[in-house]
Design a protein around this ligand. Structure first.
Ligand code: B12
Length: 306
């Protein structure tokens, strides 16, 4: 995925912004207020099912200086419980996000970080990322986005890490930042399919789409689904048609369902492989649980490398 390669830059940007921002809220001009309202309302009315989701929202609410104490307390409780229940299962980046959220703005939550030794847990998880990189051609256990979150948090919360190792890791010479020979995402080309406005009073209740699984060979079928269906519905219908060819597995993540395998072929971080989803040959900017499919569309899931 191409955005992936922008991550070191994002990391450095955060480095320079966050220390002074940990408690400094940002101003939004009145004319821009309107753009934030729907986002804030979504953030305050949504139900959060994972500690990472709650941590992301808590951090944002604190940084924008939202006064909704009840919501912030609820989110903080969810975040703390997720640490108590599954600290050892959290990925390094998830733990880093949690520390950022609890530590932002010097609230009483900050003591939780030290009482539960979260910085030394993060140091261990970061060390495991580095060791995995040594053993697997520079590939972390998770990804570079999470490794940069780890470094950011270890730096902000005075954890231990080797500055020279980090400098090496984030050097632009690192070949893992390049995708198809390119460092920059300037030519990034994702489909931003704008839904066609429906003018007919009675839109058809079913639509047909072409669906293909592409590995070294292409396996295609035509699937009929109710209009308004998402990519995942198409995959489920195809699976009913032929389980061997279109069978897949999915995992819940904070962004929704994430496709982990098709035809039994599993994505692997060490090999930088993943199942990429496309429409009309262009990578989609939403996941299978959100992307609404359209009549006549050509959908694909590709065995890809990042
Ligand atoms: C790293 C990354 C990937 C890696 C994940 C594997 C790995 N090695 O870790 C790869 C390159 C494989 C990937 C793939 C995809 N990604 Co991606 N990815 C990210 C990125 C840069 C960081 C995720 C992360 O580690 N977050 C921090 C940790 C702490 O949070 P987490 O929730 O535990 O992270 C997990 C999930 O985010 C999951 N994940 C990653 N991408 C996606 C996408 C979807 C739709 C889902 C459900 C889960 C998921 O993998 C993470 C590690 O397990 C984010 C950008 C961001 N700022 O978050 C985009 C991002 C989440 N991805 C995105 C997209 C669109 C995709 C793809 C659908 C692209 C495509 N056309 O195929 C595919 C997923 C297809 C599938 N199989 O279901 C979008 C989601 C937007 C949305 N509104 O749905 C994001 C926000 C980028 C963007 N701005 O467009 N991705």
């Amino acid at each position: 995925m191409r955005q992936y390669h922008q991550l070191p830059l994002v990391g450095f940007l955060l480095f320079s912004l966050i220390p002074s921002q940990l408690c400094k809220t940002c101003e939004v001009t009145e004319e821009n207020d309107v753009h934030l309202n729907s986002l804030l309302s979504t953030m305050t009315t949504s139900k959060y099912t994972s500690g990472t989701q709650s941590a992301n929202v808590l951090l944002s609410l604190r940084l924008v200086g939202m006064q909704n104490q009840t919501l912030k307390q609820q989110l903080s409780q969810q975040v703390r419980s997720s640490v108590e229940m599954r600290e050892s299962n959290l990925s390094s980046g998830q733990l880093a996000m949690i520390i950022l959220a609890l530590g932002a703005c010097h609230t009483p939550d900050e003591t939780f970080i030290y009482d539960h030794h979260l910085i030394s847990h993060l140091q261990n998880k970061f060390q495991a990322e580095i060791e995995n990189m040594g053993a697997h051609d520079g590939n972390p256990l998770t990804n570079y986005y999470q490794v940069s979150l780890d470094v950011l948090v270890l730096c902000l919360f005075n954890g231990n890490y080797s500055v020279t190792k980090v400098a090496d890791l984030f050097s632009p010479e690192n070949k893992n930042y390049y995708l198809r020979g390119q460092f920059s995402v300037g030519t990034f080309n994702i489909s931003s399919h704008v839904p066609k406005s429906v003018t007919t009073p009675n839109p058809p209740s079913n639509i047909s789409v072409n669906y293909s699984v592409v590995i070294t060979k292409t396996y295609s079928t035509t699937v009929t689904v109710p209009s308004g269906s998402v990519f995942l519905d198409v995959m489920e219908e195809a699976q009913k048609i032929n389980e061997t060819v279109f069978g897949f597995t999915v995992e819940k993540s904070s962004w929704g369902p994430y496709i982990t395998s098709v035809q039994g072929l599993k994505a692997n971080n060490n090999e930088r492989t993943f199942w990429e989803i496309l429409s009309g040959g262009k990578p989609l900017s939403q996941g299978v649980g959100n992307y609404v499919v359209h009549d006549g569309e050509s959908l694909e899931i590709h065995w890809s490398k990042y």
